[in-house]
Design a protein around this ligand. Structure first.
Ligand SMILES: [Zn+2]
Length: 351
């Protein structure tokens, strides 16, 4: 069953210590290797053992998503919000619906400063919050106008980037056990920012409001466990709409949004390079020029991919999507060895 319009789901696990990954300290066979499982009592307390993701709302009327990072033996997860495009009261209400609250938020990442991703009315509230707001240095002029000097913020930029395809992609440590890989994308004048979150539990790729899919996005979005990508409009509905010509050109001209087909092609490409991809979350559907039915028609010939789909909407939070760490071993002096794919224990909760 598709999670087209999931109901709010309360996630009690978000606030209770998670058990360490199941380990029994026996020798086990992995892909052509005999490895020794690591005793769980030595699992690092800075290892992310579960990543939980939920879209509070997505669309041209406002965007906000939540990402939780869970650690062994810690009662509370790190809480990250992506974008503040919903009204304050609405955000608080939706956070309550998924058992969160603003005072719990550690980090806020802003993809870009269009009003559906950052409402300037947030500035006053952010001044009273302990959260750090992160955004790309390219967006400083807009952020400055929105009041960024008045709240706790950090910018990231392209200095010392070695990525030849995209200079604007210097990774940084966002939280213990979580590295953020940002990259810039074409969108209107100022562009937007896409991200890959790397943790021991899995990798999340997040990109919305992009006029086209550039090679550096496909390069970054490999071996993902979870993908969140926009699927904004149906070209036929866009053409047939009463929107003025300049607006249609803006949306479809390569610096606006992704059509369903462009998004689908990217998802197919990313899936081929992500053998453990568990869920595909489609963001930012146009209410006027798109529908879940049109998207499902495109995916209909690919039932395996179709089963992974979660189509977000403007009004209701999605269920929590939980991605648990695969059983892993840190060999003395060596890299972490991941065991078989089936040991990934991701699951989507249902109310
Ligand atoms: Zn937007």
């Amino acid at each position: 069953m598709h999670d087209s319009f999931p109901s709010p789901y309360r996630c009690p696990a978000a606030f209770s210590p998670l058990p360490s990954p199941a380990v029994n300290n026996q020798n086990i066979t992995s892909t052509n290797k005999i490895i020794r499982r690591r005793p769980h009592n030595k699992t690092s307390t800075t290892t992310v053992t579960r990543m939980s993701f939920c879209v509070l709302g997505s669309g041209s009327a406002g965007n906000c998503s939540a990402l939780l990072l869970h650690y062994p033996n810690k009662p509370k997860p790190r809480v990250i919000l992506i974008d503040l495009g919903l009204a304050l009261r609405d955000t608080e209400r939706r956070l309550r619906d998924v058992d969160l609250a603003l005072h719990m938020v550690d980090h806020i990442i802003i993809t870009h400063f269009d009003s559906d991703h950052f409402r300037p009315a947030w500035t006053n509230r952010l001044k009273k919050m302990r959260s750090t707001v992160h955004f790309h240095l390219n967006h400083w002029p807009h952020a400055n106008r929105a009041g960024a000097p008045e709240f706790k913020h950090e910018t990231f930029d392209d200095s010392n980037s070695n990525n030849k395809l995209n200079k604007n992609s210097k990774p940084f440590k966002l939280a213990p056990g979580c590295t953020l890989h940002p990259f810039t994308l074409a969108h209107d004048v100022e562009g937007t920012t896409g991200f890959r979150f790397d943790t021991a539990a899995g990798r999340l790729g997040f990109a919305t409001d992009l006029g086209r899919v550039p090679p550096h996005l496909l390069q970054s979005f490999n071996n993902l466990t979870l993908l969140a990508l926009e699927s904004n409009y149906c070209p036929q509905l866009q053409e047939a709409s009463n929107r003025p010509h300049f607006l249609k050109q803006r949306i479809m001209g390569g610096r606006g949004h992704l059509s369903n087909e462009q998004s689908f092609d990217a998802v197919r490409h990313i899936e081929k390079n992500s053998p453990d991809l568990r869920k595909v979350v489609l963001l930012h559907l146009s209410r006027e020029c798109n529908s879940p039915g049109r998207i499902l028609n495109i995916y209909a010939k690919h039932p395996d991919l179709s089963r992974k789909l979660i189509i977000t909407n403007q009004t209701k939070p999605t269920n929590w999507i939980n991605i648990d760490a695969p059983d892993h071993v840190e060999m003395p002096g060596g890299p972490t060895v991941h065991t078989q794919h089936h040991l990934f224990a991701s699951k989507t909760n249902h109310p």
